[in-house]
Design a protein around this ligand. Structure first.
Ligand code: PMP
Length: 407
């Protein structure tokens, strides 16, 4: 295990792989839960794809198209290896939101499930689609209450026991609002033993810790490329093959069919039946490069470094009079805060204007979570591998300068 300083120096060197930081040397980017910056390797990969290999996939037999198809399918394999799944279990989507909508519509409209269960701290993309499907289909909708920003296993157990079966349970592996990592491993077993399906929203978890789809036992996993150094517009749904095979497609059109008759159509095998139309080929290839980058950087090092940054930030920010931290027992990579005298939007704007520090402010697409905390808006600083302890200092002094300016 490397020391805090060794890790900081290691990641400071890696920061030079990210051109945005040489273009904007004063930028202190702390909005990584929203999206991450891209290393040159990913940018070059996209450029090379468009300059050397661009063609549609799975359609034509000429050489260029075959090469493009090969790159796309290699990218699928890289994603599968990264999360411990099989290539046939990996569906490319636009992002976590589309992956979760795909599940909500496909599972919800199947008529097989009687109810949906999920915690109130979910990102809207893991809440609203299920709520909407429940309205459309009559599926019973059971939100699980939260305590501050945490979930109690007893509450989950009570809802899981009493809800109508079979049911779907969907939750995040790391909350985007407070950086709370719920004990989802224990809930997977609980859900399975009660005739439920377990869906994991990995949008925040997958960039932050090594994950093994098969070993985890979850039925579905969703995540986004852009939060793990990849391009925007590409994401993933990983699903157990037998479950994907039972599901109806979410969208219909080109390349997802087997045979089209006048009245009936049969569909391509998984995962292709879920990829109607022209996919984001460049995005998939770019995502695979991003995952290779993360793997080479070393996942254990990334997790430890972000843990160190989080601890340092909590210690420093705790010392600022009037600043309220909304960390749960343990925050990972995300710290939400507000100040008793200044609105979060004003604080975020001053941080940017006076100190070049980029933090998010608002409800973080988790209005029910903020309601449970009794607030309508928070500032959020979120870290990724290229952040260093000097960024934490800049955040600390930036908040102090903003408060001085405001008063
Ligand atoms: N779930 C969580 C926990 C998230 O943090 C986000 C993005 N903030 C999403 C889902 C949605 O991801 P995307 O916007 O990439 O579809």
């Amino acid at each position: 295990m490397s020391s805090v300083r060794e890790l900081d120096e290691y990641f400071e060197k890696l920061k030079t792989d990210f051109p945005i930081f040489s273009e904007r040397p004063d930028l202190v980017y702390l909005d990584n839960a929203a999206t991450t910056q891209k290393p040159l390797a990913v940018i070059e990969k996209l450029k090379n794809f468009y300059t050397e290999t661009n063609a549609n996939v799975h359609r034509a037999v000429y050489r260029l198209a075959e090469e493009s198809t090969m790159l796309y399918e290699d990218a699928r394999k890289t994603v599968a290896d990264f999360v411990g799944g099989k290539a046939t279990e990996v569906v490319f989507t636009k992002g976590t939101t589309e992956s979760l909508n795909m599940l909500a519509y496909s599972l919800g409209l199947s008529g097989k499930y009687k109810s949906f269960v999920g915690p109130l701290f979910e990102h809207h993309s893991n809440f609203v689609p299920w709520q909407r499907i429940a309205h459309i289909t009559g599926l019973k909708f059971y939100p699980v209450k939260i305590h501050g920003g945490e979930l109690s296993l007893e509450d989950v157990e009570a809802v899981v026991k009493s809800c109508e079966k079979p049911f779907i349970f969907s939750m995040t592996g790391l909350t985007n609002s407070l950086g709370y990592r719920p004990p989802f491993e224990a809930i997977v077993e609980l859900v399975h033993s009660a005739d439920g399906l377990f869906v994991l929203d990995g949008a925040q978890l997958i960039p932050h810790e090594a994950f093994d789809f098969k070993a985890s036992g979850v039925d579905f996993l969703a995540f986004s490329g852009h939060k793990i150094l990849g391009p925007t517009g590409i994401g993933v749904l990983v699903g157990k093959k037998e479950l994907l095979e039972q599901m109806n497609p979410f969208q219909y059109g080109g390349e997802m069919i087997d045979r089209v008759g006048e009245q009936e159509t049969t569909f391509a095998p998984v995962p292709h039946k879920f990829e109607a139309g022209t996919p984001n080929v460049a995005g998939a290839v770019g995502l695979a490069e991003a995952l290779r980058y993360v793997k080479n950087a070393g996942f254990e090092k990334i997790t430890q470094h972000i843990e160190n940054l989080t601890k340092n930030a909590i210690e420093k920010l705790t010392d600022i009079p009037g600043l309220i931290l909304y960390c749960q027992k343990k925050c990972h990579g995300i710290i939400s805060f507000s100040h008793e005298n200044i609105h979060p939007h004003d604080l975020a704007e001053l941080l940017s204007r006076l100190s070049g520090v980029a933090v998010r402010s608002g409800h973080h697409c988790s209005q029910q979570q903020l309601k449970a905390l009794g607030v309508s808006s928070l500032c959020r600083a979120s870290f990724y591998l290229y952040n260093t302890h000097s960024d934490i200092d800049k955040l600390f002094y930036g908040i102090k300068d903003a408060l001085r300016w405001f008063s």
